[in-house]
Design a protein around this ligand. Sequence first.
Ligand SMILES: Cc1cc2nc3c(=O)[nH]c(=O)nc-3n(C[C@H](O)[C@H](O)[C@H](O)COP(=O)(O)OP(=O)(O)OC[C@H]3O[C@@H](n4cnc5c(N)ncnc54)[C@H](O)[C@@H]3O)c2cc1C
Length: 477
Amino acid sequence: MNFDPAAVARSTADIAASLTALEWITDNRVERLSQDFYWFSPILKRQLDGLRADAVVRPKTEDEIRAVVGACAKAGVPITVRGSGTGNYGQCMPLHGGVILDLSAYKQLLWVKPGVGRAQAGIRMMDMDRQMQAQGWELRCVPSTFRSATLGGLYGGGFGGVGSINYGPLASTGNVLGVRAMSIEPEPKVVELRAPEALLLHHVYGTNGLVLELEVGLGPAHPWLEAIVCFDTFDAALEFGDALASAPGIVKKSVTLLADPIPDLLLQAVPPLAGTMTAGSHAVFVLVAEFSEPGFLQTVAQFGGTVTYRKTAAEVQASNRTIVEYTWNHTTLHAMKVDKGLTYIQSGFQAGQHVAQAKTMRKLLGDEVLVHLEFIRTKEGAMNCSGLQLVRYSTDERLNEIMQIHRDHGVYIANPHVYMVEDGKQGQVNPDVVATKMRFDPMGLLNPGKLRGWAQRDQIMADAASGKVSLTTLPRF
Ligand SMILES: Cc1cc2nc3c(=O)[nH]c(=O)nc-3n(C[C@H](O)[C@H](O)[C@H](O)COP(=O)(O)OP(=O)(O)OC[C@H]3O[C@@H](n4cnc5c(N)ncnc54)[C@H](O)[C@@H]3O)c2cc1C
């Protein structure tokens, strides 16, 4: 995969000059639009600083997308798809220049039926929810970046988030029902993939197909009460969080544990949080349905917590401020504002042992790893928690050692300090993902350099031909 930067820049300028009806950005905004939150990682910051596309294009219709894609394929220009650029592993940062295909203006909600909705990939999740909530439905899980992040971006680079406590990660069966995808060829083709094939383009950083539309399962939109509960001890906060998350009769949307000293960091970083938490405490951030408040308060009393913050759904809406934006990787974002020496890791505990494992890891790593846990269901439906622990960064070696200590204790790590698909959550080359790329991106133009398995494509196809590997059959274009 060799791209000549000067030739790519020239071809990109030619394409922009030939498609003048489209919105092109070629000024100094290109730099910002070539970045995401890669700087959460000191390692990625070093590796990816300075990457820049040659131009950004913001199409509004499928025909405009087709025109750009066809022109790039004819000229051999790399295409990196962008939603809102809130990914945090450099996912939408172009390693080889070319065109950033910014889908944020391709954003129609197409239809909503009971329990299912379909939208164009560039729709912001907050906008999609606002339009659907009037009909009583909302997205099953949203990242804490829901305000700006797109549905296509969550599918291409995300995992899940608020709501995953009920529905598991986005990849759980039934959450994604279908995607309409375009191939990267001189004459681009479009096909609808239904589940389970619809998941083949999920969390592969837009390397193996361009997603135009998504059809997703929806959940009932309840009026969500937001609360913070403070505890004197870590164990009480953890056991409360687990009990609330697991309580089948209490309808909830998220339960987040931020162990001491994270609440103090948030109090310093976010002035509006003043007075919402007791200094030196362990805090649990909660979204429960308003009608479930009595059960919630009963559980708080059982574990000796104190509710230090409470807002009804109407109050949240009126203030346009939600505690969701202090959870998931927003916790990392805010904490890094006051302590630039912090970074983070992403972990998954073993359902059933998660409480014991969380206690063990806290004891083992003491003050070097600050515990942040999100309660979620596994893909199989068991209650569990995943960690977005803050780490006091010293060296790359120590950071890797900390991740290894977690693995050695049976805690899964999705390394957020790498930009190759296989080095992160995916963990290994997936022949189906590579075969999907061969189908949708035969010239290797989509976000090149991020899919390790692409270099093994000939071997994978030979193994498939000899029956060593069995590949999923995709529908015809
Ligand atoms: C503060 C903060 C908090 C976060 N919290 C969460 C969280 O709670 N849960 C979570 O899962 N993630 C979280 N993230 C990561 C990220 O915000 C989400 O995954 C978000 O959904 C990404 O959406 P986006 O539109 O910004 O995608 P982008 O960053 O623009 O894109 C993400 C990836 O998907 C690809 N892509 C985008 N659109 C398409 C498409 N149409 N077709 C093919 N590929 C495409 C891009 O090329 C890129 O590789 C967080 C990040 C930050 C910085």
